[in-house]
Design a protein around this ligand. Structure first.
Ligand code: FES
Length: 211
């Protein structure tokens, strides 16, 4: 059978570069695709002085296109400054791979979004992000769409796991529709805390459970 993939895609899929996790990453992200339910995680190490990406790794729970794009964009991002790496587009990634079937465009978008989110995570943790947007309920919900619900592989907002979320004077409160002793309760609350506490005007995050 002939795969509808270029040789370059197949080569990166079979022997992906920069696969793995960086335990002491300076920035990290986990992005999920609503189109297929797959996920990608990206980790970066950044040189504080030069703001260049010294190292970058990714883990993919996606298809061949996603793995090949993760491989090529991490190659492209290594050694670039954060601003340069943010400019890498899925179109460039797909061109560098010799093209992707149109039905697979979302897979490369997912990998590129993963890289951009890891950069945003670094910028927020280091006070480099633009501070012009005050954190509202909508901002929190947008951010929570990047927290996966391990029960379904989709995010916690779309799967209605978040019952309530609000912010008052910098204090965020999130109510999760799970018993406190659920096997995933700890992992989900840590992920939520991680995603929300780096917002510039958030002072505290309290997570509650329905039971
Ligand atoms: Fe899910 Fe490609 S089909 S990442």
């Amino acid at each position: 059978m002939k795969f509808p993939y270029s040789d370059k895609v197949l080569e990166h899929f079979r022997h992906p570069h920069n696969v793995g996790r960086i335990e002491d990453a300076d920035g990290k992200s986990m992005e999920g695709s609503p189109a297929c339910g797959d996920m990608v995680a990206v980790y970066i190490k950044v040189n504080v002085e030069t703001k260049r990406i010294d190292d970058v790794k990714f883990e993919s729970y996606g298809c061949a296109s996603n793995i090949a794009t993760g491989s090529i964009i991490t190659d492209m991002a290594k050694g670039k400054t954060l601003d340069e790496a943010k400019q890498i587009s899925w179109k460039e990634a797909s061109e560098a791979l010799g093209g992707l079937p149109p039905i697979k465009a979302h897979c490369s978008v997912l990998a590129v979004e993963g890289l951009r989110s890891a950069i945003r995570d670094y910028e927020e943790k280091h006070g480099l992000a633009a501070h012009d947007e005050p954190t509202t309920r909508e901002v929190l919900e947008r951010r929570l769409k990047h927290v996966m619900n391990p029960l379904t592989g989709l995010d916690v907002v779309r799967t209605n796991l978040i019952k309530e979320v609000d912010i008052k004077s910098g204090a965020v409160r999130v109510l999760i529709d799970l018993p406190r002793d659920h096997q995933f309760a700890k992992a989900i609350s840590e992920d939520i805390e991680d995603k929300l506490k780096s917002l510039w005007d958030v002072k505290s995050v309290s997570i509650e459970f329905t039971e």
